[in-house]
Design a protein around this ligand. Structure first.
Ligand code: AMP
Ligand code: MN
Ligand code: MN
Ligand code: MN
Length: 293
């Protein structure tokens, strides 16, 4: 196996954003590790929503497969009128303050899920709370994705993407606004746990006007954020071009991750992403001392 870090190069097939069934993915961490290895991933990070409890299993499975691994997390944040996500790479998944901060951020999920179910019931769809809960491993991780899977199960829509469009996004029955932690907290939690904070899929924050997006980048950097996702399953090719330039303009390290959730559900499989532009500084060149072999 690797007894040094010289394998870290720009062209590495790094997949630094994906989800296990610890949050709203469907595969257990150890199964995800096998899929990453089989798909040719050379550096892998698990980044569950507001959860690091899958990292230990992922780390051990990756070790057995000879797959270099990084503990990660995707923190839910409220910024202006938008929900944004901040990925933490190389966090200490056993740090008690990180674990309790994330637990606190998850706390509102159950009440939100009840409100979502009530809203869907008013729209004529009953039993969504129980239905969505059946897709979770533990109640406090309940996500809109679990509702989406249940609504597909009962035939309300063809696929999760259609459910989001018709039910779970702003202005639609089933959408409930939610207050997550602040941008400053998210970056601080990640830094204090030894990680690098990366702004996740900025192309998805459609509610932010250009000036507000600039403010997001500026504040993220001011609080100590160091990276931005450029190539991700959540970006269109045009987004990747736009945020390549943003990464350069703001002098941020660039990250790459599939945002894989489930076979047949996610647009891009683990490890199946295009490369980063050679103009960018890959974030993984700065992760050497955070890799588990
Ligand atoms: P939550 O954290 O419960 O609000 O759920 C957010 C999750 O729902 C994201 O991490 C994605 O997995 C999924 N998601 C959000 N928006 C969409 C969308 N438009 N289409 C498909 N999945 C989405
Ligand atoms: Mn998700
Ligand atoms: Mn996300
Ligand atoms: Mn994600």
């Amino acid at each position: 196996m690797h007894d040094n870090h010289f394998f870290l190069n720009r062209e590495l097939n790094a997949d630094l954003h994906n989800h296990s069934n610890v949050s709203d993915g469907v595969l257990p961490p150890e199964v995800l590790a096998v899929r990453a290895k089989e798909n040719g991933v050379e550096l892998w990070a698990l980044t569950d929503h507001d959860e690091v409890s899958g990292c230990e299993k992922a780390k051990q499975a990756a070790h057995d497969l000879g797959l270099p691994f990084i503990c990660g997390v995707e923190v839910s944040v409220s910024f202006l009128s938008e929900t944004i996500h901040v990925v933490g790479l190389g966090v200490d998944h056993q740090q008690s303050t990180l674990i309790s901060n994330l637990a606190h951020n998850r706390q509102g999920r159950i009440a939100r899920a009840q409100a979502i179910a009530q809203s869907l019931e008013k729209a004529g769809i009953k039993g969504c709370y129980e239905g969505a809960m059946r897709y979770t491993q533990k109640p406090e991780t309940i996500s809109r994705m679990h509702f989406a899977r249940y609504l597909v199960e009962i035939g309300a829509c063809e696929n999760p993407a259609a459910v989001f469009k018709r039910y779970l996004t702003e202005g639609k029955p089933g959408y409930i606004a939610h207050l997550w932690t602040s941008l400053q907290n998210s970056v601080q939690w990640i830094r204090e746990a030894g990680g690098i904070a990366v702004l996740a899929h900025p192309g998805r924050y459609k509610r932010l006007r250009p000036k507000q997006e600039d403010l997001l980048f500026e504040q993220f950097i001011e609080f100590g954020g160091l990276g931005v996702e450029v190539v991700t399953g959540s970006h269109s090719p045009q987004d990747a071009i736009k945020y390549t330039q943003k990464a350069i303009d703001y002098n941020l390290w660039a990250s790459r991750g599939s945002d894989f959730h489930a076979p047949g559900e996610s647009r891009i499989d683990l490890g199946a992403l295009p490369p980063l532009s050679t103009k960018l500084e890959p974030v993984w060149l700065h992760l050497a001392n955070r890799i588990h072999y």
